[in-house]
Ligand binder design. Structure first.
Ligand SMILES: [Ca+2]
Ligand SMILES: [Ca+2]
Ligand SMILES: [Ca+2]
Ligand SMILES: [Ca+2]
Length: 248
């Protein structure tokens, strides 16, 4: 569990770099270490998942009230030295991918968003790599805005597979973690090695569209008590804190 000392250090670190502070009331997540990395195949029978706790995707950021059968979601996180592993269970009554080009209006198709801030700095990440907001399309592409202000395909950062199990989609992801020094298009980017006790920023969300021109709902794992609720693609201060812990 997070100690008061850990939280104090986190808040001091954010202040020290002059970043915008995190909003009050951020979630605290713990990712247990995975002795064996989960296989990214959309089947969540990997032993590592049994160590982690489910967390809900239940804050309605955009759109009207919705039924559990329209959308519901929850997720777990574990880690290895090389990658962060996430499993998401989603109920969505209609899967919809209107814009077949993954770089066009990707947030208005059904889309799983994985927000990651390697050093939990918070702050703006719109046109830089202070944090990433991977928009996972139904064809397993990872899209975010690059330093040129244009949508980029970062699918080589994220291994992603989902399968339907009854009414449920099980979506597994294995993510290379890059820090803010990442350079778009460079062959020299090296993922960060993960270690026990590391604290990162994390937030998970789902854009649900069931056939409309624009997404119908946007639902996330963090509360947004003030300001535009959909600004996670700009503001890493909304993200929760994820601590990498032992397996037990
Ligand atoms: Ca699996
Ligand atoms: Ca739906
Ligand atoms: Ca950062
Ligand atoms: Ca949908």
């Amino acid at each position: 569990m997070f100690s008061r000392a850990t939280l104090l250090v986190l808040s001091m670190a954010a202040g020290a770099v002059g970043a915008a502070p995190h909003l009050d009331g951020r979630s605290l997540y713990e990712a247990p270490f995975a002795a064996a990395a989960p296989v990214t195949d959309g089947i969540a029978d990997d032993p590592a998942w049994g160590k982690a706790q489910w967390r809900d995707i239940n804050y309605r950021w955009l759109g009207p009230e919705y039924a559990d059968t329209d959308f519901s979601g929850r997720f777990k996180v574990v880690w290895t030295e090389d990658r962060l592993h996430i499993v998401v269970e989603i109920v969505d009554d209609i899967l919809f991918d209107s814009h077949r080009d993954p770089l066009v209006q990707y947030w208005d198709d059904d889309c799983l968003e994985i927000f990651l801030d390697e050093d939990y700095s918070g702050g703006n990440h719109q046109h830089n790599h202070n944090a990433f907001a991977y928009h996972m399309s139904l064809d397993n592409r990872a899209i975010d805005i690059g330093t040129n202000g244009e949508a980029q395909d970062y699918s080589h950062h994220v291994e992603s597979r989902w399968r339907q199990h009854g009414e449920m989609i099980v979506w597994e992801l294995a993510i290379d973690i890059y820090d803010s020094n990442y350079v778009d298009g460079s062959p020299d980017n090296v993922p960060v090695k993960l270690q026990l006790g590391k604290v990162m920023g994390l937030m998970i969300a789902y854009c649900d569209n069931d056939g409309s021109e624009l997404r119908e709902n946007f639902v996330g794992s963090e509360s947004v008590p003030s300001g535009p609720k959909d600004r996670g693609w700009i503001d890493a201060g909304l993200f929760g804190a994820l601590e990498l812990v032992e397996s037990d």
